[in-house]
Design a protein around this ligand. Structure first.
Ligand code: ATP
Length: 319
């Protein structure tokens, strides 16, 4: 039997707004966020191992995670990625196998371009890639919304990694409503070599808000207007993240990076999600390139990349 495989390309995301409500009894916060998918991609290849798979070849390339799952990761970025059952791609495979009673062996290869623990939903992207690939390989015929529903069992950013585009996320960020956004946006991302833990940033946010009356999370109307008219200048002014103060409190260098980008004429600057990636909005491609040069030569950032948005969500690029 010939091996069958599918390759899925999954974008990272930036949060244009992140409004964080009070901490709930379950310890989690309800949020209201606007996601935009950006053209920094992880490629996830999933292969059903057939009888012609040589186990020696496989052992050279893959880590054996369980009886059924083999994993290989190539990453552009520094940062710890678990190569075991804690990897979100493996969790997605386990979930799909359990739900649909599947039993074959899978080889999962991940090529990472999304920063690790960078607030750009890199792990969620890999989980989304596996869900789409398993659906296709095993002809499950799931709709996009069924796959998003499954994804929400793994993490609140997984549904958006599947849907892509620009969308409002409420609840934990997993209840999505697409936004009709006009225009293409030019983003510059200042990456950090050390990630930030999402729970630690929320914890710091709670600490900074102690004793304050926190209202329910809300989407900002002026930001929505900027998106519906495709007005990049207005969008730049409306970017807002309630976690930014907490991320800067844990990592004060982020404040300096935000200031440097604004000094060099960015239309807006924001810590993406729980950070530490900082996103700058440029007016066009050339301005984006100027910002890359300015940020790189300022010496405050090591790695700077450009990516446009919005782009489509997880998509099969090769069968
Ligand atoms: P989010 O924006 O969704 O909060 P993030 O982009 O900040 O996430 P991730 O890159 O998803 O962060 O990594 C968060 C944690 O998940 C890290 O500690 C990492 O070790 C772990 N992790 C598990 N699976 C993966 C994966 N496939 N790729 C990257 N990190 C993973």
């Amino acid at each position: 039997m010939a091996d069958r495989s599918v390759q899925v390309r999954v974008p990272g995301k930036v949060n244009l707004q992140l409004s964080v409500g009070p901490k709930g009894e379950d310890g989690y916060h309800n949020i209201a966020t606007i996601f935009q998918a950006v053209a920094l991609y992880d490629d996830v290849r999933v292969k059903i191992a057939g009888s012609d798979s040589s186990s020696t070849n496989r052992e050279k390339k893959f880590e054996k995670v369980s009886d059924k799952f083999y994993l290989s990761i190539r990453s552009e970025h520094p940062g710890f990625i678990p190569v075991d059952k804690n990897n979100l791609a493996i969790k997605a495979a386990q979930l799909m196998f359990k739900k649909f009673n599947l039993s074959e062996e899978l080889e999962i290869s991940i090529e990472k371009n999304i920063p690790v623990a960078g607030g750009m939903a890199g792990g969620s992207a890999d989980a989304a890639g596996v869900i789409i690939a398993v659906d296709s390989l095993f002809h499950l015929g799931l709709s996009k919304s069924e796959m998003e529903e499954l994804g929400s069992e793994l993490g609140s950013d997984v549904p958006f990694s599947i849907s892509g585009g620009t969308a409002i996320g409420t609840g934990k960020g997993d209840r999505l409503t697409p936004v009709l956004a006009r225009g293409n946006y030019f983003w510059v991302f200042a990456l950090s070599s050390n990630g930030l833990s999402t729970p630690a940033v929320y914890g710091e946010c709670d600490r900074l808000r102690e004793g304050m009356q926190i209202s329910q999370p809300q989407i900002n109307e002026s930001l929505m207007q900027a998106l519906s008219s495709g007005d990049a200048k207005a969008l730049g002014k409306s970017l807002h993240n309630d976690l930014q103060l907490a991320a800067c409190s844990i990592r004060p260098a982020l404040r300096l990076i935000l200031d440097v980008g604004m000094d060099y004429g960015a239309l807006g600057a924001i810590v993406s999600g729980s950070g530490p990636t900082v996103a700058f909005l440029a007016s066009d491609d050339d301005h984006g390139l100027d910002l890359v040069v300015a940020l790189t030569s300022s010496g405050v950032v090591g790695n700077v990349v450009r990516a446009g948005g919005p782009v489509v969500g997880a998509s099969i690029i090769d069968r």
